[in-house]
Design a protein. Sequence first.
Length: 254
Amino acid sequence: MARTIQSLERAAAMLRLLAGGERRLGLSDISSSLGLAKGTAHGILRTLQQEGFVEQDDTSGRYQLGAELLRLGNSYLDVHELRARALVWTDDLARSSGEAVYLGVLHQAGVLIVHHVFRPDDSRQVLEVGAMQPLHSTALGKVLSAYDPVAHSEIVEADRTAFTPRTLTGLGEIEGLLDLTRARGWAADVEETWEGVASVAAPIHDRRRMPVGAVGVTGAVERVCQEGELRPEIIAAVRDCARAVSRDLGAGRF
């Protein structure tokens, strides 16, 4: 039987530890959980940090998973069940709305884009799979924060940056928006994250009726809105897409 490399086993164990439980862990927590001396644990963490697999918070000194894992993880997205189930429905949504479609999931304190369908025209566009969006200002982020308790805790604790004059950063205002999102089943972002851009998103649920992601349409304000209001046909199309993906994931009719 081939011998294993102990340092790689320990590094893998650290990544699994950081991937579960608390979002950030200190050196003492990591070393005691894995039964390692602090010096040994620190050396492995420093190496993982240099490679981008681990990040250290400047204020607390605690460690969390790094952005390099997101880039490596993109190779897994092709077989990710949520993305696979959503492919046909998101293509249909892009055609019916005439706008770009994004599929997002919660990752750390933001929204990770796992699928992006280009706007169906001849304009030059940039693929945004693997990009991160904020929770408090985007339509995708609001949906996730309204339905996922973990996302909700992240938005409460996050540093809520004002990206435009329309961005809401007060916790009371955001809680009101999340209540509204749950009541109507969709969320909006009209120039709250990017000037001139509007978005609509709705939640996707799995067979346990748990929120597993969100799907949304994004485009220029003058196309997504009409007379200052979001176009109702786009809202309906986004909600229909979210329901269809949810049904394919076993959520049943709702």
